[in-house]
Write a protein that binds this ligand. Structure first.
Ligand SMILES: [Zn+2]
Length: 287
């Protein structure tokens, strides 16, 4: 049975009640709901939602393990929630990778915690220096739980790790796989060949539930589906470019209708095609 703790904080626009439009006229007042929830995944494993980002929280009898602070505001909310909900200190803070939208605000949680990151992570992430770095694998135990960290190799970033928590057999996978949804925009900053290998490494892990950094919970089949979509897109876009089409024309004409049911299709389909085409050209796979 799922238990959910939910708050909605009303967040006023950073610039105050009124925003100037790009044309210099005053726009309408805007307010935005911030969605923050701690939701049980399985056993002692929870996921923390902060709008479109998710972190992982594991409440063990020896302390709480958190993966990704997300942001200072998110981490402050989470710290208070952990204190009231579990009444145990955060003993481990793990960084899934160093991208700022997942790795900011760690100072809020780091004071009681051993901080763990992959060895390619920068010296500091928003003021937090990892205590432990590992190259390929790191396992540890806490309060009857086993934590298995695996480096996924370069692709989406160069310091992305996967965490599998046992006995729940939950894998926390950030950015490489987002179940039921297209890949984010135009694959920003990704080496797409590496991204495919990262997903293959995820597929090689032993787990039951895939808890992603974005989108709904899934399973291993979602990782396979994500890889197959990217591989299909790579082949299809490459064939069009090799046939002499320009990127705009490929975006216009490529038949992607088989994937139209996926989340974010309307928003990101064109960007996916564009990003793939650019990567194919920049990586030299297509002239
Ligand atoms: Zn990222």
């Amino acid at each position: 049975m799922l238990r959910t703790i939910s708050t909605k904080a009303l967040l006023l626009g950073l610039l105050g009640a009124f925003l100037l439009s790009p044309f210099g006229t005053a726009g309408p007042a805007f307010a935005q709901d911030t969605v923050r929830e701690l939701t049980q995944v399985a056993g002692n494993v929870w996921r923390f939602q902060n709008n479109f980002h998710y972190a992982l929280v594991v409440d063990t009898s020896d302390g709480v393990v958190v993966v990704d602070p997300i942001s200072a505001d998110a981490a402050r909310w989470l710290e208070a929630e952990i204190a009231s909900r579990f009444d145990r200190p955060v003993t481990h803070l793990i960084y899934s990778h160093s991208h700022g939208d997942h790795a900011s605000g760690g100072t809020v949680l780091a004071d009681t915690a051993t901080v763990i990151a992959q060895e390619n992570a920068p010296d500091q992430m928003d003021g937090v220096a990892p205590d432990i770095r590992f190259s390929e694998r790191l396992n540890f135990r806490s309060g009857g739980h086993r934590f298995e960290l695996t480096y996924l190799g370069p692709g989406h970033g160069t310091d992305l790790l996967a965490l599998v928590v046992r006995p729940e057999n939950v894998a926390f996978i950030v950015d490489a796989v987002s179940p039921g949804r297209l890949p984010y925009r135009d694959f920003p900053g990704a080496d797409i060949a590496g991204l495919i290998e990262q997903i293959e490494r995820v597929e090689g892990l032993d787990f039951q539930i895939l808890a992603p950094g974005h989108s709904r919970l899934g399973e291993k089949a979602d990782a396979t589906a994500a890889r197959e979509y990217i591989e299909w897109l790579r082949g299809a876009v490459a064939a069009e470019l090799k046939a002499g089409k320009g990127i705009d024309e490929v975006v216009e004409t490529l038949d992607t209708s088989a994937y139209a049911d996926l989340g974010a299709y309307e928003r990101w389909r064109d960007l996916n095609v564009q990003g793939m085409a650019r990567w194919l050209q920049e990586s030299g796979e297509v002239d």
